[in-house]
Write a protein that binds this ligand. Structure first.
Ligand code: AKB
Length: 316
């Protein structure tokens, strides 16, 4: 019987992953934690506790007391926010991972999931169909922390046989919990603004194509990777995941098909530079081959669902 701890359960990925993992493993076996309050469906469908991943003592007691076997460590400072507090972001992103890796060894956790990002790539990386193994010279503090994290994950696997699995998420798009402080967040904000105000001022340029993915596909990929047979896992740093690639101009055209009066304007800020250093599309053939990673949503289908669900959420 698996007993799963989610760190960062109030966040964009955590709030949806918690519910899905509870469907798979049973409500009482998935322990949601975060430093902030989580949405009602997370706190009401199973155990939830306020917990700071950097508070090592409380964390180890929690893991032992609840007989935890797997940890999903999702807490991180994202790319845009990290640029405003570089050293603090480095400390939070790195120290929390090392705490989990050491705890895992100490108490003998079976499996760990830790998210990496397309932010591990940089200006010198091939931008189209970025391969699994390629140049990784990130120039954001978030990207540097994710790349260092990948190296630590592989190191702990090689040295201690710790079963850590990871995905380099593209920009994630969801309607349930808003993302916070990322470069790809425009692709979520745009839906709320289109529905509420019929216009959106985008902080990236019209043609800034980035790899993205709709949350249901990301959640399914995450659980598929974690459930894959050990023998199938050939990547111990982090798997590339492709999804859909589009620019602000392209997503706004898609929204206009549903809301013809919608208007987008462009006022690029510091995040434009970050976007320019990231790939435009990702080659995820290794993930497809190793654990049969697949997606359902394209830009068209995703836009339809986002508009429908956010309208319901905003009562519009
Ligand atoms: C961000 O924009 O920082 C994140 C990411 C791509 O990891 N969404």
């Amino acid at each position: 019987m698996e007993r799963i701890l989610i760190i960062g359960a109030a966040g964009q990925i955590g709030s949806e992953l918690t519910i899905e993992l509870r469907n798979v493993y049973g409500n009482e076996n998935v322990f949601a934690t975060d430093i902030k309050q989580a949405p009602a469906d997370v706190t009401e469908s199973g155990p939830f506790q306020l917990l700071d991943v950097l508070d090592e003592k409380t964390l180890i007691h929690f893991i032992i007391r609840n007989k935890i076997t797997q940890v999903y460590h999702l807490a991180a400072v994202l790319s845009g926010n990290a640029e405003k507090i570089p050293l603090q972001a480095w400390d939070i992103n790195m120290r929390s991972l090392l705490i989990i890796l050491n705890l895992a060894r100490e108490v003998g956790l079976k499996k760990i999931f830790w998210p990496s990002s397309i932010a591990v790539f940089g200006k010198t990386t091939p931008k189209i169909n970025t391969p699994q193994l390629t140049v990784t010279e990130p120039n954001t503090v978030y990207g540097i922390s994710k790349l260092a994290g990948e190296r630590w994950c592989e190191y702990y696997f090689n040295k201690y046989k710790l079963d850590i699995r990871s995905i380099r998420y593209p920009g994630l798009i969801s309607y349930k919990t808003e993302a916070g402080g990322g470069t790809t967040d425009y692709a979520v904000e745009i839906f709320y603004e289109a529905i509420s105000n019929r216009k959106y001022e985008c902080f990236l340029e019209k043609d800034s194509t980035l790899p993205m993915m709709f949350m249901p596909d990301a959640i399914k990929a995450t659980i598929d990777l974690m459930e894959a047979d050990l023998s199938k896992i050939t990547i111990r740093s982090s798997y590339n995941l492709g999804g859909i690639s589009f620019s602000p101009g392209e997503i706004s055209n898609e929204i206009k098909k549903h809301i013809p009066e919608f208007e987008i304007t462009y006022k690029p800020d510091f995040r434009q530079k970050i976007a320019e250093s990231w790939p435009k599309s990702i080659d995820d053939s290794v993930a497809r081959k190793d654990w049969d990673c697949k997606y359902i949503y394209d830009l068209n289908k995703m836009t339809e669902v986002m508009l429908r669900e956010i309208k319901i959420k905003l009562n519009k």
